[in-house]
Design a protein around this ligand. Sequence first.
Ligand SMILES: *Cc1c(COP(=O)(O)O)cnc(C)c1O
Length: 394
Amino acid sequence: MKVYLDNSATTALDEHALAAMMPYFTEKFGNPSSLHAYGREASAAVDAARDKIASLIGARANEIYFTSGGSESDNWALKGAVRAARGTRKHIITTAIEHPAIMETCEYLEKNEDVNVTYLPVDKDGRVSVEDLKSAVTDDTVLVSVMFANNEMGAIQPIAEIGAFCKEEGILFHTDAVQAMDSQKIDVNALNIDMLSMSAHKFHGPKGIGVLYIRSGVRLARLIAGGHQERHMRAGTTDTPLIVGMADALETACRDREKNNARISALRDAFIKRVTEGIPYVHLNGGTEHRLPNNVNFSFEFIEGESILINLDLAGIAVSSGSACSSGSLEPSHVILALGVPEELAHSSIRFSLGRDTTEEDMEYTYKVLKESVEKLRAISPLFNMEKGTGSYV
Ligand SMILES: *Cc1c(COP(=O)(O)O)cnc(C)c1O
């Protein structure tokens, strides 16, 4: 049996989106910037996709900028805002649990462009406090960047409150909404979002395409210089098929949002209940209330997350330990540590990210294999054999 529970790393391409894309690889291959019929045909498809994506988030078409994905959108929002301020304001407020695309961009700006960054802490459920944000603001603050929902433990942030506060203070507000697009209802005006990053491959669109929404009037320096694509703001030949596929996939995701959320969150809750009741010395990372419908993240005492991952993989089950980007390193996840989880437990964290194709049988099988793997690994763990009987060592 094969079970894919790594939908936060990437998703399968939607069949309908693939069919929509196909003609733009072959007979409709024109460059949308060309003035002839080939170009006009491609450019009409890009316009339609732009309109569609804009309307799905309550934006205007001229506020949608296509990029190569979530990482580029995040880089652009941060570097672009700092550089457009030309040294007049050099303080960014973000969180301790951002994706590496934000984290490493902040570190780059601190090292190379003399920027100060405040990393807001989170509570045990993984949420930032709006009060902490308010007290972090200074006259020097140029941008607040808080992710919509976390990719590792699924915490959904108080975006509406943060947006309202930033608007009142006249501070730019960017959100990395890559993990939120398919399950959260997002209206950039209602939420007072100035910039928003998304990535198609996280909602069953193609890889290598994303959007940065930029509210009109926001001043942002370019990241990629060259041709005049994207209204002179982002150079590079427009990728018609990927753009068409992204818009189609987002439309499907938004259309099915409520139905998918209800079904997937029920599977999630049943799995959480079963694991916490059926496997001893297990901890749920992140809270239960403001949590993405598809996210489950557990730490299993006395075992390395990696060992569980390998055992599940041998049984055909795909999960993730830490985040896909940081696995391979021996460092425990900065996100799980930020929850206040001790280092040993952070090392033992496993993410199960469900998706629209996940079935009850998938979760049944996963539970069975997981329970066996944990028992097997603990049986050979010296720590477990030393400590068991005395209860939890945490
Ligand atoms: C996947 C992800 C990204 C990066 O997106 P890419 O399109 O893969 O570059 C950024 N932020 C979050 C929260 C993500 O989950």
